[in-house]
Design a protein around this ligand. Structure first.
Ligand SMILES: NC(=O)c1ccc[n+]([C@@H]2O[C@H](COP(=O)([O-])OP(=O)(O)OC[C@H]3O[C@@H](n4cnc5c(N)ncnc54)[C@H](O)[C@@H]3O)[C@@H](O)[C@H]2O)c1
Length: 438
């Protein structure tokens, strides 16, 4: 049965994409979009650009591209702004990151050089391995938030964008648990004025974005917008938010394979994951307090997928280990190894080995694009608060308080596509399929 179509404002005018952190992921994302605008390359890995959506019955043969089904901003309409603790423009950042080859970067050099970061809100208390000269100074954290808002106003005036989204692509901050200052918006605003130590820089960016009605996505595992105070602000301002931690590399593989093992009721005694990474992200994650934030994010996925409490014969007490080693020679080209100890019929043990030679930022860039476009769509469709349907993109999906996140990539994809069908008043797809045999 068809539902009602949600009114969605058209994607008119330019969309400003505000990136916090102009490092490997951000520069690879911007370079890719600028190349695509010139017809160079393909948007591989992007659901909004290449994905399709099946509508109605299989016999109907209606499978439009997602971007033709819902009104998304065109790549040509994207304009970029960024903050970083280093003053390098996007071209210099991309050269430094050594992800996209120089010959390709040169084709979009002027466009990349035009993206010059604003001074950052930064504190070494939250990222111990980094220090940079390009930072804001303020009387207190509310003053810093005001300075970010001033950057955003100036960006809007200079570029004429009609809408904006903000994506955190900055370094992973130290591990933080939600505390009293995050409990409500009033507590948080008092904390901003009082320079409360539990308000991390990423939260100040999120506060600035949400206060101006700008949707926010968090690509790193830091708490950031996943605290009651900022969820309250998002609800009040009618702004969509989502996070945390882009799902790429080893964890992406985990959430592809674990649902398959569970589907066939194969048991697990242990999953050992290790990898070597040589970019700046690897350097930051080499420090225990930043790694702790990442580790929590990486460890949670298997527990939720395997449901040990429902399948004790298969998944009780399995051992899960995750390591990241900073190894400069590899740069952004991460190499990951997984050893998976499984068991089958009558408990006979078997092993699976995965050796993934991946490219971190190449896997992350299309996620930044999709999140920017889908958050903008959500905003125009009047959706606000936590956008659980965007779990597909995250290692630690943000969900309503008390609700466990869905980690299975295929359930996440179904959730995302059904949300789009729902917005367009199309029948949701259950895969029941009995009607074909009546
Ligand atoms: N690439 C992936 O596959 C992947 C997957 C999941 C999560 N992430 C996360 O995405 C983030 C970006 O990754 P990357 O490889 O681009 O790292 P990167 O180190 O190359 O870039 C991060 C940039 O953020 C800047 N920065 C740090 N704190 C800042 C602040 N407070 N304000 C403004 N700028 C700040 C740094 O100077 C740096 O240029 C990291 O947190 C990483 O953990 C990446």
């Amino acid at each position: 049965m068809m539902g009602t179509r949600t009114a969605i404002a058209e994607a008119e005018g330019k969309l400003g994409v505000l990136l916090v952190g102009l490092g490997a992921v951000s520069s690879t994302f911007i370079a890719g979009v600028e190349l695509l605008k010139k017809g160079i390359g393909q948007p591989i890995g992007s659901l909004t650009q290449l994905g399709t959506i099946r509508l109605g019955k299989r016999t109907d043969k209606r499978t439009p591209r997602i971007r033709d089904f819902v009104p998304l901003a065109d790549l040509d309409a994207l304009v970029f702004g960024a903050w970083d603790i280093f003053p390098d423009n996007a071209y210099q950042a991309a050269v430094r990151a050594r992800v996209v080859e120089p010959a390709l970067l040169d084709r979009v050099q002027p466009e990349l050089e035009a993206v010059k970061p604003w001074p950052a809100v930064f504190s070494r208390d939250y990222v111990k391995r980094l220090d940079g000269p390009h930072v804001k100074v303020g009387a207190h954290k509310l003053d810093l938030a005001d300075q970010l808002m001033a950057d955003i106003h100036a960006f809007r005036a200079a570029t004429g964008v009609s809408r904006m989204v903000m994506v955190w692509c900055g370094s992973t901050e130290s591990f933080l648990r939600p505390g009293a200052v995050h409990a409500s918006l009033a507590d948080f605003e008092n904390g901003l004025r009082a320079n409360d130590a539990a308000i991390a820089p990423s939260m100040i960016y999120a506060y600035a974005a949400l206060s101006l009605g700008i949707p926010f996505a968090n690509g790193a595992p830091n708490l950031t917008v996943d605290v009651p105070a900022l969820i309250e602000l998002a609800e009040r301002k009618h702004v969509p938010i989502c996070g945390k931690d882009f799902k790429t590399g080893q964890t992406l593989m985990k959430t592809i394979i674990a649902p398959g093992l569970k589907a066939r009721l194969l048991g697990l005694t242990g999953w050992f994951s290790t990898n070597i990474l040589g970019n700046r992200d690897g350097e930051v994650l080499d420090e225990p307090s930043s790694f702790k934030t990442k580790e929590e994010s990486k460890l949670s996925v298997l527990d939720v997928i395997l449901q040990e409490e429902i399948y004790p014969e298969l998944y009780k007490d399995y051992v899960h280990r995750v390591n990241i080693h900073y190894y400069p020679p590899r740069g952004d080209n991460k190499e990951g190894w997984d050893n998976i100890d499984i068991f089958g019929w009558l408990g006979y043990p078997m092993q699976i080995k995965i050796n993934f030679l991946c490219r971190d930022s190449i896997l992350a860039a299309p996620l930044v694009l999709d999140l920017a476009l889908l958050l903008d769509l959500a905003q125009r469709a009047g959706m606000k608060g936590i956008q659980e349907w965007l779990s597909f993109y995250f290692k630690s999906p943000q969900t309503a308080p008390g609700l466990y996140p869905e980690h299975d990539l295929f359930i996440q994809l179904m959730k995302l596509k059904n949300t789009l069908r729902f917005l367009r008043g199309e029948e949701l797809i259950t895969h029941l399929g009995l009607e074909y045999y009546d």
